[in-house]
Write a protein that binds this ligand. Structure first.
Ligand code: ATP
Length: 302
C-alpha cells in the first residue's frame, strides 16, 4: 500500500443493539500506514466500530472496506488481514506464551513466528509460565504478540496500554510506531488518555454518540484551530466556526476552527491574542462541545 492509500473506508455504517444505536451513519476514510487515534466518551461506539471493521460484528447498515475489499462475508479475511485486540486482551489462562503462539500459528492463514517471538523477548515475557500466572501487563503483551504474528495490514487495539506500566507504555507505543513507519501496517488505537497520543497519532477520529464528529490529519487539525483571547465579545473577531466560547466579566476566549483558506493570526483584531491548541485541548473541547449540544437537544425534546 502506498502512503496515500486508504486503509479503511467506512460508508454510512450504523449499528443497533436492540433499542440502542451504537453507531449512526458513520462516514470516514482512514489513511494507510499511519497511527490512527480513536477517541470518544464512554459509550461513544469505539469498541463497536473496531469490532465491525475487524469483521467480528456485522453492521446493521452501511459498508466497510478494508484495503478496498468489503468486510463481511469473508471479504476482509479473504484479502487484507485485520487483527483486533479487544479491551479484555483474550488469552487462555492454562496456555503459556509459547502455547499461545502455537495457537496463533494454527488459527491464522499467515503467521510470522519470528515477529511474535521477538515481541515477547523484547518485553521479557516468560515463555513457559501459564498465562493465568502472568501479570495483567504480561498477558497484554502475549495477546499483542499473537496479533502481530498474524501480520495484519490493519491492527486495531482497544485501549492497548491500559495494563502496562509507564515505561512499557512508551516502549510499546515506540515499537508499534516504528512498525507503522516501516510500512508494515496501519494501526488504530482507542484510548481515553489523550496525552499518550501526543507524538504518536498521525490521524485522529473522534466519535460522538456513534457519529464521526471529527476526522483528519492531526497536524492539519491542530493548524486549523486557534484559541483567541480578547475583550469580552459575543463573537470572535475573525472568521471561523466557534467550537467553544468562554466568557468572564471583561474577557472572552474562543476556540475556533478556521476556514479552509488559511487565516494568519496577525489579522486578529487589536486587543486579541491567538494561540495554538494542544491535541489534548482539541479533543477535550470537542467532546465537551458535543456533550453540551446533545444535552441541549435532549432538554429541548423533553
Ligand atoms: N452487546 C451489546 N448489547 C447492547 N448494547 C451494547 C452492546 N455493546 C455495546 N452496547 C451499547 O452500545 C453503545 C456503544 O458501546 P461501545 O462499547 O461501542 O462504546 P465505547 O466507546 O467503546 O465505550 P467505552 O469507552 O466505555 O469502552 C453503548 O451505549 C453501549 O451501552
Amino acid at each position: 500500500m502506498s502512503e496515500s492509500a486508504i486503509a479503511v473506508d467506512v460508508r454510512g455504517v450504523s449499528k443497533r443493539y436492540r433499542r440502542v444505536w451504537a453507531l449512526r451513519e458513520c462516514e470516514f476514510e482512514l489513511p494507510a500506514n499511519q497511527v490512527i487515534a480513536l477517541v470518544g466518551a464512554n459509550g461513544a461506539g469505539k469498541s463497536t466500530l473496531m469490532s465491525i471493521i475487524s469483521g467480528l460484528l456485522p453492521a446493521t447498515s452501511g459498508t466497510v472496506l478494508v484495503g478496498g475489499r468489503r468486510v463481511g462475508a469473508g471479504g476482509a479475511q479473504a484479502g487484507n488481514r485485520v487483527a483486533i485486540l479487544a479491551q479484555h486482551k483474550p488469552v487462555y489462562r492454562d496456555f503459556n506464551a509459547a502455547d499461545m503462539l502455537r495457537f496463533g500459528r494454527s488459527t491464522n492463514r499467515v503467521w510470522d513466528q519470528r515477529r511474535a517471538l521477538s515481541w515477547l523477548e523484547r518485553f521479557e515475557v516468560p515463555l513457559t509460565r501459564r498465562c493465568g500466572k502472568l501479570s495483567g501487563g504480561q498477558r497484554a503483551q502475549v495477546a499483542l504478540a499473537v496479533a502481530l504474528g498474524s501480520r495484519p495490514d490493519v491492527l486495531l487495539l482497544d485501549e492497548p496500554l491500559s495494563n502496562l506500566d509507564p515505561v512499557a507504555r512508551s516502549e510499546v507505543a515506540g515499537e508499534l510506531m516504528g512498525q507503522v513507519a516501516d510500512g508494515e501496517m496501519t494501526l488504530m488505537l482507542s484510548t481515553h488518555i489523550v496525552s499518550e497520543l501526543v507524538g504518536v497519532a498521525d490521524h485522529l477520529l473522534l466519535l460522538d454518540a456513534g457519529r464521526a464528529a471529527l476526522c483528519g490529519d492531526v497536524e492539519r487539525l491542530l493548524a486549523s484551530h486557534l484559541r483567541l483571547t480578547g475583550p469580552r465579545a459575543d463573537q470572535p473577531p475573525g472568521p471561523g466556526t466557534v467550537v467553544h466560547a468562554q466568557h468572564a466579566d471583561r474577557q472572552s476566549t474562543f476556540i475556533v476552527r478556521l476556514p479552509d483558506t488559511p487565516v494568519l493570526p496577525a489579522i486578529v483584531a487589536p486587543g486579541w491574542s491567538a494561540q495554538p491548541v494542544s491535541l489534548e485541548e482539541l479533543v477535550v473541547t470537542y467532546l465537551k462541545a458535543q456533550r453540551r449540544t446533545r444535552q441541549a437537544l435532549e432538554a429541548a425534546a423533553a
